[in-house]
Design a protein around this ligand. Structure first.
Ligand code: PGA
Length: 255
């Protein structure tokens, strides 16, 4: 049984005050959710505020949007896994397509970060996904396989089982153009098949695979009902506490 995981990727949005308001509304809207893991992923500058605002909540965790792979040193502008741990951060999004496309992150860099995250007991959410061009050329599986194998190199079964994969087709991010449930399920099944090749069936069965790309309250549940879709990584619709709460509720009471 894989527990559903729904994460709010705020990207470069939300001040401390806005974050605190968001958490207060979210907790009111959600009440106690125990069958869904909820993760808020604010910018670095709001991490402490979100943790503080969540003090009374058992079920909502905090994640970061990025980190550096070294523990400390002369890396101006960077943040280490230990620093995130120091702020009670539990998850870290790595290899988001915006980091790959705008900041030149390669699978090798993502892999260094993934390994450093595990060493610090942070759980990585590793993003993979194809461009529209790659989909039209029929190379979705090739791209996903390369990204997964490159980003997950040298991880043991325990680390893999504690890694979350986010399948985010780049053409669906922020465009309002969601993948159909069939397209998403097909990609997720392929990802699980690849994870099985990288490790073994028992491990692959434990790894949670989120879908991301224009997830909204009205399409989230249908996506998360698919057998290999174990949750959602939500961008735009996660900036509003009520709409994010609706998406979380859509993940409740699913097999
Ligand atoms: P979106 O972003 O929900 O705004 O499409 C998803 C993401 O980039 O994680």
């Amino acid at each position: 049984m894989r527990k559903k995981i729904v994460a709010a990727n705020w990207k470069m949005n939300m001040t401390q005050a806005e974050s605190a308001d968001f958490v207060a509304t979210l907790l009111l809207e959600l009440g106690e959710v125990s069958d869904v893991e909820v993760v808020l992923v604010p910018p670095f500058t709001a991490l402490a505020k979100v943790t503080e605002a969540l003090a009374k909540s058992q079920n909502v965790k905090v994640g970061a949007q990025n980190m550096h792979w070294e523990r400390s040193g002369a890396f101006t502008g960077e943040i280490s896994a230990e620093m995130l741990r120091d702020l009670y951060v539990r998850y870290v999004v790595l290899g988001h397509s915006e980091r790959r496309q705008l900041f030149g992150e390669t699978d090798e860099i993502v892999n260094r970060k993934v390994r450093a995250a595990h060493e610090a007991a942070l759980r990585p959410i590793v993003c993979v996904g194809e461009t529209l061009q790659q989909r039209e050329r029929g190379s979705v599986e090739k791209i996903l396989s390369l990204q997964l194998r490159g980003s997950l190199t040298d991880l043991g079964p325990k680390e893999l089982a504690e890694t979350v994969i986010a399948y985010e087709p780049i053409w669906a991010i922020g465009t309002g153009q969601t993948a159909t449930t069939a397209q998403a399920q097909e990609a997720h099944a392929f990802i699980r098949h690849t994870l099985c090749e990288i490790s073994d069936e028992a491990t692959a069965d434990r790894i949670r695979i989120q879908y991301g790309g224009s997830v909204k309250p009205d399409n989230a549940r249908a996506l998360m009902t698919q057998p290999d879709i174990d949750g959602a990584l939500v961008g735009g619709a996660s900036l509003d506490a009520r709409s994010f709460a609706e998406i979380v509720k859509g993940a409740q009471d699913l097999p």
